[in-house]
Design a protein around this ligand. Structure first.
Ligand code: ADP
Length: 262
């Protein structure tokens, strides 16, 4: 049943993804075809001056289409999850230096790990990736510098809180990333988890960061919440179910050898 659910979630993500992709891809293809049509006409008329313009328009649209398919490939290469009992404080500590290097010297990084933090059952490299994605978004929201805070906390969700978060009640480990950046308008928050939704210029955002974070956290039995104030900053909360067993002492994987997703 677990496998079927996972498969269903995957199919849903793929459906969402391909729908949006097909639309964008079709628009670009229409541009290529239109430019080539005009190019054919100009060539037939011997008007070579205009021809150049249509060649570069076709090239531009084709390059954008190629970039789209690259993103689709990157998305479909997502690994399946390999959950392990994980101490998130330790995981955060393992990527802290990478985070500092990634956000640069203009952004102060504060890490506040809760004492006696519960364990959670997640795929550690995927959680590291999710955290890095959140930090990259925070960095992009603070072009003039600011403060990035990473915090952990234990949460016990009662009936009401759990249903508000669309979770079952019980214990969760919270991982919170806060920035002092631009903030997000309501319509951006509403679309932020959609694959390929981005407000960043071409070549700067893939629009996959938050959709991957969301897919991963939901598959892990958790939830993602965004709270934001325009001009003040954004807080992203991940809630991951508590794991009641022992830590797996053998494994403290780290991202050190892998570059973050661009
Ligand atoms: P990308 O970062 O590639 O655009 P994401 O899915 O990670 O894709 O984010 C989608 C959009 O959500 C971003 O383009 C941006 O507009 C908005 N966003 C995400 N995180 C933040 C943040 N911390 N502050 C402000 N806006 C954000």
């Amino acid at each position: 049943a677990q496998g079927q659910l996972r498969q269903a979630q995957k199919m849903e993500a793929v459906g969402q993804l391909t729908g949006g992709l097909a639309h964008d891809f079709n628009n670009l293809l229409t541009g290529v075809i239109g430019s080539l049509d005009l190019l054919g006409q100009r060539l037939a008329q011997g008007r070579l001056g205009d021809a150049k313009r249509y060649v570069s328009a076709a090239q531009d649209a084709a390059q954008r289409a190629a970039a789209l398919t690259h993103r689709l490939l990157a998305f479909s290469r997502r690994q399946t999850l390999d959950p392990k009992p994980t101490n998130i404080n330790r995981l955060v500590g393992g990527v802290e230096n990478l985070v500092r290097r990634t956000v640069g010297p203009a952004i102060a990084v504060d890490v506040a790990g809760a004492t006696d933090l519960w364990l959670t059952l997640v795929d550690p490299p995927q959680l590291e990736n999710a955290l890095l994605n959140l930090c990259i978004n925070a960095r992009d929201a603070m072009p003039d510098g600011g403060r990035l805070t990473i915090e952990t906390a234990n949460h016990l969700f009662g009936e009401r809180e759990a249903s508000e978060y669309d979770l079952v009640c019980g214990p969760y480990v919270g991982l919170r990333v806060t920035d002092t950046g631009t903030g997000m308008p309501a319509e951006v928050i509403a679309n932020a988890f959609d694959p390929f939704f981005t407000t960043k210029p071409l070549g700067h955002g893939t629009g996959l960061g938050l959709s991957m974070v969301y897919g991963f956290v939901r598959q892990s039995g958790g939830q993602v919440r965004i709270a934001s104030r325009l001009g003040q900053g954004t807080t992203v909360d991940l809630y991951l179910p508590r794991h009641e067993g022992q830590a797996d002492e053998a494994d403290h994987s780290s991202l050190a050898s892998r570059p973050p997703r661009a």
